[in-house]
Design a binder for this molecule. Structure first.
Ligand code: HSE
Length: 337
């Protein structure tokens, strides 16, 4: 089987973890079938590095660690337009203000050139899924994005492989790890700022954590899910949003004294006027399946017409589980390479 040549766009927490796993692949016997070579890595502010013969993962990590970046200055868009590669692995940071750009431009360019895309960046799925998936089909390539929602937990793959014939009627759950972790820490008496610092130390908060606290990240994920699983064509701005930034440890304590927990809940459902979605802060009884999500955990309940209701929960995700989402997409591409 030919090696997949990867152009890695973005070298943040998830990008580094992905390359660490590749560097340490002997520890993961299940990855023996994964034949990849990183022919370029590009970043927004830390330079780029290109080698058509492939960059050794350990050397990429060591260079970044010792130099704080890479030796070239090529932009991601230029690399996507001009280099020879098989798969764009788009792991640049989510931009809410940019409405998914510049990642959407990277993905559009790669697909237009007949290259596969594996995106861990949610922006292209939330703001441009219909356009990009149509383009991928027209060019005979794949646009995969398992890592964008619930890290590497199989959400999109679940529908693709196991829910054939079902119409998804409703989606609901907890999709933002940072806010769930912050709420749990505040229940234990930590201030909001200390709880956010904890999420940042774990590497799970967005570059600007207000995107987590104000429900933007959750709205982006709910939109991505809705566009893919419910064949909608909505934008994150259409999701009604409520955040947790105004809550105090006292609010959490009062809810607990009533035997309830405060959670950030995403919901999307079909109406005669189209799909409606919201991110709201709700008090749930302790025996509610969403009240059991601890720490950075997340949970999704999928309502279908044929299979009834299905719950998938992710317990204790970290950067490895997100990196696994990227790896599972690459393995899917390897199978059809
Ligand atoms: N900031 C995101 C979260 C990272 O907390 O859920 C994973 O998408």
């Amino acid at each position: 089987m030919a090696k997949l040549r990867l152009l890695l766009a973005g070298f943040g927490n998830v990008g580094r973890r992905f390359v660490e796993i590749l560097a340490d692949r002997k520890s993961y016997p299940g990855l023996s079938e994964l034949e990849v070579a990183i022919v370029a890595v590009t970043t927004g502010q830390h330079g780029a590095w290109v080698n058509p013969a492939g960059l050794a993962p350990a050397t990429i990590l060591e260079t970044y660690r010792t130099r704080g970046g890479f030796p070239d200055s090529r932009t991601t868009l230029d690399a996507v337009r001009t280099l020879d590669f098989d798969v764009l692995v788009e792991l640049s940071p989510l931009s809410i203000a940019g409405r998914g750009e510049p990642a959407i431009a990277h993905v559009r360019e790669a697909l237009s050139r007949g290259r596969h895309v594996v995106s861990g960046n949610k922006g292209p799925v939330a703001w441009a899924y219909r356009e990009l998936s149509t383009l991928a089909r027209a060019r005979g390539v794949r646009f995969l994005h398992e890592a964008t929602v619930m890290d590497g937990a199989p959400v999109f793959n679940l529908q693709r492989h196991c829910l054939r014939g079902n119409t998804i009627l409703r989606l609901e759950g907890i999709l933002n790890s940072t806010s769930n972790m912050v709420l749990g820490a505040m229940e234990r008496g930590l201030s909001l700022a200390a709880a956010v610092a904890k999420a940042q130390a774990m590497g799970i908060a967005e570059a600007d954590p207000s995107a987590d606290l104000e429900g933007w990240d959750a709205a982006v994920k709910l939109t991505a899910l809705t566009n893919v699983l419910m064949d909608a064509d909505i934008k994150p701005e259409q999701i009604w949003r409520q955040g947790i930034a105004q809550l105090t440890p006292q609010d959490l304590a009062v809810a607990q004294s009533r035997g309830r927990r405060i959670k950030m809940i995403c919901e999307a459902f079909r109406t005669d006027a189209g799909i409606q979605g919201s991110v709201t802060v709700q008090e749930l009884p302790l025996d509610h399946p969403f009240a059991r999500a601890e720490g950075a955990g997340s949970v999704l309940r999928i309502h279908t017409d044929l299979l009834g209701r299905l719950i998938i929960a992710e317990d204790g995700p970290d950067l490895s589980t997100t990196a696994y989402g990227v790896i599972s997409d690459l393995l899917a591409l390897s199978e059809c390479n």
